[in-house]
Structure formats: structure tokens, C-alpha cells
Design a protein around this ligand. Structure first.
Ligand code: ATP
Length: 228
């Protein structure tokens, strides 16, 4: 059974329709890549899964429940941890305070996050606003994990980060995958994304137009759907 199952999603911003039929699913322990050119509906899909911009058509099921019309708060409590685009943390809290504020019982504790991200351990007393972009992204991932989610959603996992930091983030994603963490991930660096993913879904103009295993996403398909 799928952990997350999105079927025929239709989402609007006011009168303007952004999603016209998005289908995707994530099985327990799977890493799924959500792909598509700019403006094709990736972030909107994530917002609808989280209940932030509720869908007007179609269904979202998470952990065996119909969450289509649930409040964001209830959906999050069912076990979805979001690493948002722009990596929002509390700027005037320290690294440790940011992590502790997110904590829910489970496998991930402060110590575990500090082992996963030694740079955060070195900066534990620093205000989040004084961190580099890469460190803020590590903190955002740490915060999502501290909720001990069944599913982690990463929107633009490595965008705007220095190459050396990107490498660290991808290594962490592979570690999480190795531990069986379910992940839905959006990122533009296909060279890193494809080897990390078990399956891919490609959106075009608010619809799922292709899905399959990453090795089946041929250069021709990448060119057609992703403009690579
Ligand atoms: P990107 O890679 O640029 O983040 P995306 O694939 O995540 O793109 P979305 O941000 O989901 O795409 O946008 C899908 C469509 O919805 C676009 O046409 C966009 O202009 C529109 N849209 C997004 N946010 C809003 C909003 N707040 N109000 C109105 N339209 C919006």
C-alpha cells in the first residue's frame, strides 16, 4: 500500500487553475523525485499534499487516511515533515532551539541530527539567521527530521547552494534512503537526483505526463519534458 497516494489533483489559486490532474504515489521506504520545468506545478502539488492550498478536485491519501480536506496541522501530525523552498527556520532562535522546537518522539533526537550534520553541532549556540545558506538548509532538514515524520518532503533540496554543500546534502539524502526513510524530493540537479530516486514523476502544465524508474527517463524524454 502507498504511504502517499495523490490522484487526479486539481488545485486553484483563486480563479486560476494550477493543477489539472496530478497523480503520484510514494511507497513506504521509497525515494520519489517530483520533476518538471519551472512553473509546472511541483510546489503547488506539495502545498496541496500538505493542505496549505487544498485541492478542489482529486484526492490525497496519506498513511491510510483521506487527507484531501484536512487542515495542514492535522496532516503534519500524521507524519509529514516539510523542508520548504527557501529553508525557513526561526531566525532569532539558536540552532539547538530550532531543532528542539520541532521535536516529536521517535528515532531522531538532537544527538542524531548533530551526528548527521556535524556542522550544526559546531554551531549549536548560533542564531539561525547568522548561518550560511547551506547550514540553514541542513537546519531545515534537521527540523523536518526532528518531527520523526513517516514522509519527508524536500522542495528544491539544493537550490542556490555551493557545490561542496550540495555534495553534503546529497550524501545525507542517500544516508536517509539507506535507513528506509520515505522521501518526496524536488530538485533540478538531475545528475544527483536520478541516482538517488527509486521512481520519478514528471509534471507538465499541472499534469503528470510521465512516471517511471529513473533509468527509463532517457535523454530524449529529459529533453522533451525537462528541457535538459
Ligand atoms: P518552480 O520550479 O518555478 O518552483 P513549480 O513547478 O513548483 O515551479 P508552481 O510554483 O507550483 O510550479 O506553479 C504552478 C503554477 O501556479 C504556475 O503557473 C504559477 O504561476 C502558478 N502559481 C504558483 N503560485 C501561485 C500563487 N500564489 N498565486 C497564483 N498563481 C500561482
Amino acid at each position: 500500500m502507498s504511504l502517499l497516494a495523490v490522484c487526479g489533483l486539481e488545485t486553484f489559486y483563486g480563479a486560476s487553475q494550477a493543477l489539472f490532474g496530478v497523480d503520484l504515489d510514494v511507497a513506504e521506504g521509497e525515494v520519489v523525485a517530483l520533476m518538471g520545468r519551472n512553473g509546472m506545478g511541483k510546489t503547488t502539488t506539495i502545498r496541496s499534499v500538505l493542505g496549505l492550498t487544498p485541492a478542489r478536485g482529486g484526492t490525497v491519501r496519506f498513511a491510510g487516511r483521506d487527507t484531501t480536506a484536512m487542515s495542514p496541522h492535522r496532516i503534519a501530525r500524521l507524519g509529514i515533515g516539510l523542508v520548504p523552498e527557501g529553508r525557513r527556520c526561526f531566525p532569532n532562535l539558536t540552532v539547538t532551539e530550532n531543532l528542539v522546537a520541532a521535536a516529536r518522539p521517535g528515532r531522531w533526537t538532537l544527538g542524531g541530527i548533530e551526528r548527521l550534520f556535524p556542522r550544526l553541532a559546531e554551531r549549536r549556540g548560533q542564531m539561525a539567521r547568522t548561518l550560511s545558506g547551506g547550514e540553514q538548509q541542513m537546519l531545515a532538514i534537521g527540523r523536518a527530521l526532528m518531527t520523526n515524520p513517516r514522509l519527508v518532503i524536500l522542495d528544491e533540496a539544493t537550490e542556490g547552494l555551493a557545490p561542496v554543500i550540495r555534495k553534503d546534502i546529497w550524501a545525507v539524502i542517500r544516508t536517509l534512503k539507506g535507513e528506509g526513510q520515505s522521501i518526496l524530493i524536488v530538485d533540478k540537479t538531475l545528475a544527483e537526483l536520478l541516482p538517488s530516486a527509486d521512481r520519478c514523476f514528471v509534471l507538465e502544465k499541472g499534469r503528470t505526463v510521465w512516471s517511471g524508474r529513473p533509468e527509463a527517463l532517457t535523454p530524449e524524454l529529459q529533453d522533451r519534458h525537462l528541457g535538459v
